[in-house]
Design a binder for this molecule. Structure first.
Ligand code: NAD
Length: 356
């Protein structure tokens, strides 16, 4: 088991900004990426936090992720916004596309967004939080391409899907939004990477090895010389597997964007995103009625007797908010392996990570 150190969020934001600008991106792109990645860590999703930077920097070193690449708009007509991500740095690219869709939804009540072929866009709930802060309901379906398949279809011994995440956000007038955000695999691939870096097993029932046998060793879901790649299992058996298949086709498949069944030949992670943003005032114009209806139902759900009294019944988004309070106070834990990878990636661009 490796050890970890606690880092101040503002230090990690400053380090990320320094790394991203040193590598050739703009201050604005660096700021958005830093906010996004550190918020993922603060939310407890270290799999999508600044531990992703070494991976992005590998893609950059291989010439596959390029600072010059930017979002371009293919179609903007009525509620529809179709944008090409051009494999640009994902967090600012997706934020840009979602911000444009928010403007459309605020004017016309609804926006249908298809962002095609961005580089890895991170924690999808981030975009539901952005939409909810603008008062909008959002539903996002995302695929993961540019990598070998890593999630097995239900009842299969080998992988055919990416971890294809889905996020849904529902603003609550005067309160915190509901943010449901998950990979359609039982465990996000990045969480297996965190377990691998920490030198710990994953729980039983989450992964299979290259022969299709159950295992708790995270190394089986990472390419290893001479060993066939294993797979993550879908959550909810056939139900999660079905959602994953639909996510692939909705986000990328219909429009001919990069798909998981196209053999990857570059070191990158490509996400396409299909999203619908809706102004809830077009459904129920009376804000206080909306608030009252949602809150009365949430109180009913939260009042369910917990199986374990120390584990209260939560609503989607509660856990991330509680972890943010804890980590803002105590710092963000990063294991030694993840930190040393970040230090090396920073050093390659003349940035001393230890000085932040
Ligand atoms: P997870 O299993 O931690 O589930 C998170 C969701 O479940 C949140 O909505 C959370 O509020 C809710 N939740 C957690 N505990 C709860 C409880 N006790 N009671 C009620 N609700 C609870 O998430 P995950 O599948 O590990 O995904 C992690 C992140 O990875 C997500 O942000 C996802 O968007 C991201 N992801 C991104 C990509 C990509 O390619 N960009 C791919 C896969 C996953």
């Amino acid at each position: 088991m490796t050890s970890y150190r606690l880092h101040r969020p503002e230090a990690l934001r400053a380090l990320t900004r320094a790394m991203i600008t040193a590598a050739g991106w703009s201050e604005d792109e660096a700021k958005e990426t830093a906010e996004h990645l550190v918020l993922a860590n603060l939310s407890g999703h270290d799999s999508h936090g600044i531990g992703m930077l070494p991976l992005y920097f590998n893609s950059l070193a291989d010439g596959n992720l390029k600072p010059q690449a930017k979002l371009s708009i293919r179609t903007e007509a009525g509620p529809f916004l179709i944008a090409d991500g051009n494999v640009a740095l994902g967090q600012p690219t997706a934020r840009n596309a979602v911000d444009r869709a928010i403007v459309i939804a605020r004017v016309g009540g609804v926006a249908v967004l298809n962002l095609l072929d961005s580089h890895h866009i991170g924690r999808i709930g981030h975009y539901s939080e952005v939409a909810a802060a603008a008062g909008l309901i959002s539903v996002f379906w995302v695929n993961v391409a540019g990598r070998p398949p890593i999630v097995a279809p239900f009842a299969a011994k080998e992988a055919r899907f990416g971890t294809n995440p889905i996020a849904i956000g529902l603003p609550v007038p005067g309160g915190e939004p509901l943010i449901l955000d998950f990979a359609t695999s039982r465990m996000a691939h990045g969480k297996a990477r965190v377990a691998l870096n920490k030198g710990v097993d994953v729980p039983e029932g989450y992964i299979i090895d290259g022969e299709g046998r159950p295992t708790v060793e995270p190394r089986h879901v990472f390419a290893q010389e001479g060993l066939p790649l294993g797979a993550l299992l879908p959550f909810g058996d056939h139900k999660g597997a079905g959602l994953s298949l639909i996510a692939e086709l909705l986000s990328a498949g219909l429009m001919g964007a990069a798909r998981i069944d196209q053999k990857p030949h570059k070191t990158w992670i490509i996400n396409s995103l299909f999203g619908v943003l809706i102004d809830p005032a077009r459904l129920e114009p009376d804000e206080s009625l909306r608030q009252q209806r949602i809150e009365s139902y949430l109180s009913f759900v939260r009042a369910a007797a917990p199986q374990d009294p120390s584990q209260p019944v939560l609503a989607p988004g509660d856990k991330e908010r509680a972890t943010r309070i804890e980590r803002e106070r105590d710092g963000i834990p990063l294991d030694d392996e993840t930190w040393s990878q970040i230090v090396a990636a920073a050093k390659a661009h003349g940035v001393d990570a230890e000085s932040f």
